[in-house]
Structures are given as structure tokens and as C-alpha cells.
Design a protein around this ligand. Structure first.
Ligand code: TLP
Length: 345
């Protein structure tokens, strides 16, 4: 049992013994020269897992998305994306500053998708005055939409529309394997109609660092130049890639446990009459607070040893991950009950 139950994010999970052993014994080389055998194997396996030709290891999900946007576009282009997506809300406007593109944010539907008619209406006619629209960005699972898993039909429909208009599609699949587990569909099928997909090792898969950008071989060749430009060319990074290979073997099949824990947590919160949680499809619980201020609740939880984060106005987020057991969730709910009694609003 954890003394502090840290539900701020699935990024907080710590590597266990097995993963640390795999990292310590990794064979390494200089990856900028393409010489690191462990990175090469990770990239090969990652590409296969999401059904793409090639993959590239990068330090973070933020850099993965930025490189994808940069590689798909030229400065002065306009990308289409959802107004709740990570690229638009949490990546420090890197697409604007570093890729030089303008973002046209379309209203996300509650389930993390985009309305086909909205996308179609946003695509500009070729015109000397207008920016080009080379790229549509999607996110699955959708973080701000409570970890919603977008169905194959939704993914395919949006990609078909984009392709019909000559656009490419990038999928921010930071938690793609959570979506795959929830929908019981292979990750490769979810990403099949997307031209490129990124996913994170350092979230549900429990690695300390790392993400992958996956797509056609010629795209990844160009993406390697952008990674180098951004300072993401790493050297004996097989030490980190080994964690990813370990996670592919041990940490994908267990994601359904995190989802069950999230459902248990949401159901317990709903009973208290103070919080309005989502019915989580994956590992993310978002709850509106009905009484009292958000800051007050986050503080009251912290006093009881339960960590959550503010997630928009009047909303908090809690995320389950591989360091959180069912017993931790039961204990978290006991502590939250105590917090509610202590606050008594
Ligand atoms: N998300 C983090 C925070 O930035 C909000 C979290 O705790 O959930 N895409 C998606 C959908 C993400 O949720 C995240 C991280 C990223 C990209 C960026 O990954 P990192 O943190 O590795 O740069």
C-alpha cells in the first residue's frame, strides 16, 4: 500500500526491478549514427505494433507531436485540430513558435472526436490569400475528454475526409494502447488510416522517458533531421529504449487493470454527492466539483495523501497507472471520504 496515492498522472509511475534490470544490461551505441542496437530494435517493434513502416525514438510526447507537425507542414501553413487536444492546450504553442504554423481549433465533441461537417467547413479553398491546410491532428485516447477512446469508425471517417481533401492525418496516440485495450481493437487498426502516429512509453506503459513517432520510411527520414534540429538526437540511448522493449512485453496486457481501477474510483467518487465524475473508458477520471472551490478540494485531498490535479475550471483529474493497485483505490476512496467530512461544505 502506498502512503501517498499519486493520481496526478500516469507519467508519475516509477520503473520496477525488471525494467531497471533490462535498462542496466542494455546493449548501446551512438544513436545519432544509427548504431544503437536496442534503439533500432525498439523502433522496429514500435512500427510493427502500430502498423507503420518506420519509427523514431524521441524524448517526449511533446517533441513527438512537434516533429510530426513540423515534418508534415511548412511555416505559414494552417493545421486543423480539436480545441481540447494536447497539441493546442499543453504544448506551449510549440507548433506556432517552432513549426511556424497557425492552428485552427475546432470544437471537440464530448467523446474527443471532431464533427465531420466542422472539419469540412474549416478546410480552405486554394486561394492566394489563404494558408494551406496540409494536416489534421487527432488524439486517441483523448486526455481532456476524460480518456475517451475513439472508435475505429470515427478514426476512419475523419481520416477519409482529410485524405479526400488532400490532407495528411497525424494521430497523437500518447495513450493509444489504452484505447486499444478499451475497445479491444489492435492499436494498428485504430491508427491504420492515419499517416503518422505518436505514442508515449512514459505514461501507461510505465517507462521513465520516451515516445515514438511512427509513419512511412521517407517521413521518418525527414523527421530525423527535425529531431536533430530540436536537440533530440540522443546518443547511448539504448538504456532508455530497453525500458520500452520491456514495457511492450510486460505492460501492455495489464492496461485493462488500470481501466477497472479508474471505473472503481469514479463510481466511489460519484457516491459522495460532491463530485460529478465521468464514466471512464480508460485510465482517466475527470470530475466536476459541485460544491466548494477546486483548490480547496485538491488541498483537502492532499492533506489525506491523495494527489489529484486541477483540470480546467471546476474540474479535477485523477489517473490510474501501474503503481496503483485496486487496494490503493479502495484506500484513496476512504481518504476522500475523510476529506469530504473534513471540508463539510
Ligand atoms: N500529458 C500530460 C500533461 O501534459 C497534461 C498528462 O499528465 O497527461 N499527448 C497527450 C495526449 C498527452 O496527454 C501528453 C502528456 C502528451 C502528448 C505529451 O507528452 P510528454 O509529457 O511526454 O511531453
Amino acid at each position: 500500500m502506498n502512503s501517498i496515492i499519486d493520481l496526478r498522472s500516469d507519467t508519475v509511475s516509477k520503473p520496477g526491478e525488471g525494467m531497471r534490470r533490462a535498462m542496466a544490461s542494455a546493449e548501446v551505441g551512438d544513436d545519432v549514427f544509427g548504431d544503437d542496437p536496442t534503439v533500432n530494435l525498439l523502433e522496429e517493434r514500435a512500427a510493427a505494433l502500430v502498423g507503420k513502416e518506420a519509427a523514431m525514438f524521441v524524448p517526449s510526447g511533446t517533441m513527438a507531436n512537434l516533429i510530426a507537425v513540423m515534418t508534415h507542414t511548412r511555416a505559414g501553413d494552417e493545421i486543423l485540430l480539436g480545441d481540447q487536444c494536447h497539441i493546442f492546450n499543453y504544448e506551449v504553442a510549440g507548433a506556432a513558435r517552432l513549426a511556424g504554423v497557425q492552428s485552427h481549433a475546432l470544437k471537440n465533441t464530448e467523446d474527443g472526436a471532431l464533427d465531420l461537417a466542422d472539419v469540412e467547413a474549416a478546410i480552405r479553398e486554394p486561394n492566394i490569400h489563404a494558408p494551406r491546410n496540409p494536416l489534421l491532428c487527432l488524439e486517441n485516447t483523448h486526455n481532456r475528454c476524460g480518456g475517451a477512446a475513439l472508435e475505429v469508425s470515427t478514426m476512419d471517417g475523419l481520416a477519409e475526409l482529410a485524405h479526400r481533401h488532400g490532407m495528411q492525418v497525424h494521430l497523437d496516440g500518447a495513450r493509444l494502447f489504452n484505447a486499444a485495450a478499451a475497445l479491444e481493437v489492435p492499436a494498428a487498426r485504430l491508427a491504420r488510416e492515419c499517416d503518422t502516429v505518436s505514442f508515449c512509453l512514459s505514461k501507461g506503459l510505465g517507462c521513465p522517458v520516451g515516445s515514438l513517432v511512427c509513419g512511412p520510411a521517407d517521413f521518418i527520414r525527414e523527421a530525423r533531421r527535425n529531431r536533430k534540429m530540436l536537440g533530440g538526437g540522443m546518443r547511448q540511448v539504448g538504456i532508455l529504449a530497453a525500458a520500452g522493449l520491456y514495457a511492450f512485453e510486460h505492460n501492455i496486457a495489464r492496461l485493462a487493470d488500470d481501466h477497472a481501477n479508474a471505473r472503481l474510483l469514479a463510481a466511489g467518487l460519484a457516491e459522495l454527492g460532491v463530485f460529478e465524475p465521468n464514466v471512464p473508458q480508460t485510465n482517466i477520471v475527470v470530475a466536476n466539483v459541485r460544491r466548494g472551490s477546486l483548490e480547496q478540494w485538491i488541498g483537502a485531498f492532499r492533506e489525506q495523501g491523495v494527489l489529484a490535479v486541477p483540470f480546467g475550471r471546476g474540474r479535477m483529474r485523477m489517473v490510474t497507472h501501474l503503481n496503483i493497485t485496486r487496494e490503493d483505490i479502495e484506500e484513496a476512496l476512504r481518504r476522500v471520504r475523510r476529506a469530504v467530512e473534513a471540508v463539510a461544505v
